[in-house]
Write a protein that binds this ligand. Structure first.
Ligand SMILES: Nc1ncnc2c1ncn2[C@@H]1O[C@H](COP(=O)(O)OP(=O)(O)OP(=O)(O)O)[C@@H](O)[C@H]1O
Length: 285
């Protein structure tokens, strides 16, 4: 596992515990959607992974790096795209590229040009003269062009309009290399649905579900029905009928994971890693 978080405890000063005994591991080369309701701690977890916050106790490792040390070799290997990036407003996009690109050995200037062009942005414009969404596109283009081994994106589609969200999906999918590990936090599941290969859901201080989407499609069936299915693990009213999740038997055709339904099921405590993977085991036995 290229990212491992063990027994993580964290709270902000004079605030109740946010994470208690949080465990998480991420395989190398994954693109993970980190989901959680407002205030669940998605941003905080990304800050901890980047070494911008320190655990009260527990251990975090990204490859051979310990984020809390913030060693130069780690800083070259990670790009954290925060929700609110501090930026030098008087710099043009091109100047920002020259100054900041120097910190990243893998920075690819022609890749940056290409992604900016995909987003329809011109390099001579000053950062302060851009709209919020346009600036987001610049930093996202820059992040992808660093080719860092670890990319952490906090709510990257915040501020993007609908056409830009589809460019975002294409640009991210087209610029991630196999050896890069990407974590994208969001509460807008539709924005990342076709992009991610794993999902992690945090709630109540822990990672409540952490799974590969192919494994989930293998074990669970997502569907709709006019009536409430008796064997559903989770169901919600949907139009005049229901959408539901139930265990999938090996002979049934697989269905795509409905992330929103899965998210609600996990927050409702209808599903967890244990329940999904144990159900399968007991059926096999
Ligand atoms: N600097 C801070 N000092 C004290 N409490 C904080 C600080 N930053 C965040 N919190 C609290 O920690 C909790 C988790 O916040 P965080 O921003 O990590 O959640 P989130 O899952 O990213 O939420 P959102 O989806 O709204 O962005 C919240 O209750 C928040 O109020």
């Amino acid at each position: 596992m290229v990212i491992s978080v063990k027994d993580l405890n964290f709270s902000y000063r004079k605030r109740p515990m946010l994470f208690e005994g949080l465990q998480w591991s991420v395989p190398e080369g994954s693109v993970v959607g980190l989901l959680g309701k407002n205030g669940a701690g998605k941003s905080t977890l990304l800050h901890l992974l980047s070494g911008l916050l320190f655990p009260k106790s527990g251990a975090i490792a990204l490859g051979q790096h310990l984020p809390k040390d913030r060693k130069p070799a780690f800083l070259e290997d990670i790009f954290f795209l925060a929700d609110d990036v501090a930026y030098p407003g008087n710099m043009s996009i091109g100047e920002y590229e020259r100054v900041m690109g120097a910190f990243y050995p893998g920075f690819d200037a022609s890749q940056f040009d290409q992604i900016l062009a995909d987003f329809g942005l011109e390099k001579k414009v000053k950062l302060k003269e851009l709209s919020l969404g346009e600036r987001k596109k610049v930093f996202l283009s820059f992040a992808l062009s660093t080719n860092c081994r670890f990319l952490l994106f906090d709510e990257p589609t915040n501020g993007l309009d609908i056409p830009s969200k589809s460019v975002f999906r294409k640009v991210v999918a087209g610029n991630i290399k196999d050896e890069q590990t990407v974590i994208i936090s969001t509460h807008l599941v539709a924005d990342v649905e076709k992009l991610i290969d794993r999902v992690a859901i945090i709630d109540a201080g822990k990672v409540q579900l952490d799974a590969d989407l192919l494994e989930l499609s293998d074990r669970l069936l997502f569907n709709t029905s006019p009536n409430l299915p008796e064997d559903s693990l989770h169901a919600e009213k949907y139009g005049t009928g229901y959408q539901f999740i139930r265990s999938r038997s090996g002979s049934e055709a697989q269905t795509p994971v409905n992330l929103e339904l899965l998210f609600n099921a996990v927050l409702n405590k209808s599903l967890s890693n244990e329940s999904i993977f144990q159900t399968q085991n007991s059926e096999v036995l």
